[in-house]
Design a protein. Structure first.
Length: 100
């Protein structure tokens, strides 16, 4: 496993760039992870990231879309490309099993 430094903290990451230990995550680390993906985080992003961190088990795009925070179209707007994969990475959780 590789190591990367985010917000002055050296962390272990998987080959895909996901944090190995999600307990080390914080909002400053999230901002730096998002910056790598050319995303500037807003309050709406952080609300989605909080939901994802609290509902890590069985996470799907539909589950996020039904969260009441953002609909599916909005989820794709906030995290373009692969929203669940990207949001999970920025949220500091492991890659969801539903993502290839």
């Amino acid at each position: 496993m590789a190591q990367k430094t985010y917000a002055g903290v050296t962390l272990e990451v998987t080959d895909d760039g996901y944090l190995v230990d999600s307990s080390k995550w914080n909002e400053e680390i999230a901002k730096e992870l998002a910056k790598e993906e050319n995303i500037e985080l807003t309050d709406k992003h952080f609300a989605v990231l909080k939901f994802i961190r609290q509902n890590e088990s069985g996470l799907t795009i539909r589950k996020v879309g039904g969260s009441g925070i953002v609909d599916i179209k909005g989820f794709y707007t906030l995290f373009p490309g692969g929203p669940l994969k990207l949001a999970s990475k920025i949220a500091g959780i492991k890659k969801p099993t539903s993502c290839v």
